[in-house]
Design a protein around this ligand. Sequence first.
Ligand SMILES: [Zn+2]
Length: 195
Amino acid sequence: MKYIRYIFGIIGILSAYCHGSMPFITEDLCVTVPPHHYIIPDVPRVISAIVVHFTNVDRDTTFRIFQGRGYDVNPRPVSAHYVIDRDGLLYRFVEDGHIARHARAANSYSIGIEHIALPGERLTAVQEQTSARLIAALCIRYGIPVENIYGHRWLAGGSFTDPCICPGDLWKTEDELRAWVMRVVVPYIVQMVED
Ligand SMILES: [Zn+2]
C-alpha cells in the first residue's frame, strides 16, 4: 500500500510542474526540442528500460545538438529525455511519454538520460546524486526493474556508431554500472518507497 500511495503522491506533485516530469524539476529547466528530434507515439508507450549516456561534448554543444542548432557536430536529429549538467542541475528535453532519439533500437521502450561529460571525466558528486534520484524516481513511477538500466554501448542495436564509446568513463564496464546502481540508486528507491 505504501508503494501505491507513493505513486499517487508523485502524480499529484507532478501535476504542478511541467508536462508530467519529475517532482524536483522546475518549469525553467524544461527545454524545447524541435518536433523532428523526437516521436509522439500513436498509443501510450510502455516504458521498461533506462539508458544512461555521456554527452562527449560540453553543455552548450549538447544544448545546440538537441535543439537543432548543432548539425555541424551531429547531423542526426538526436535527443534525450533528460540531461544532467556537471553542477547537478537536471534539464528535461522530451516528455517521458514521447520517444526520444537516443538509443536507436531501444528508443521505443526506454528513457534516455544524458550526463554532461567529456572523455575521461567521471560523474561529479552532485551530478551522481541527481542521476541516482532521477533513476530511482523513474524506476518507481514506471515499475522499471533495476536490471533494465543500461549503459548505451551495452545495448544490442543501440547505436549508429560502431564502436559506441558511450557512456565514456562514467561507467567503464557493465559490471561497474550494475554495482553503482545497487550502491547508489537502490538506496534512493528504498527511501522513496518508504517516505
Ligand atoms: Zn549514448
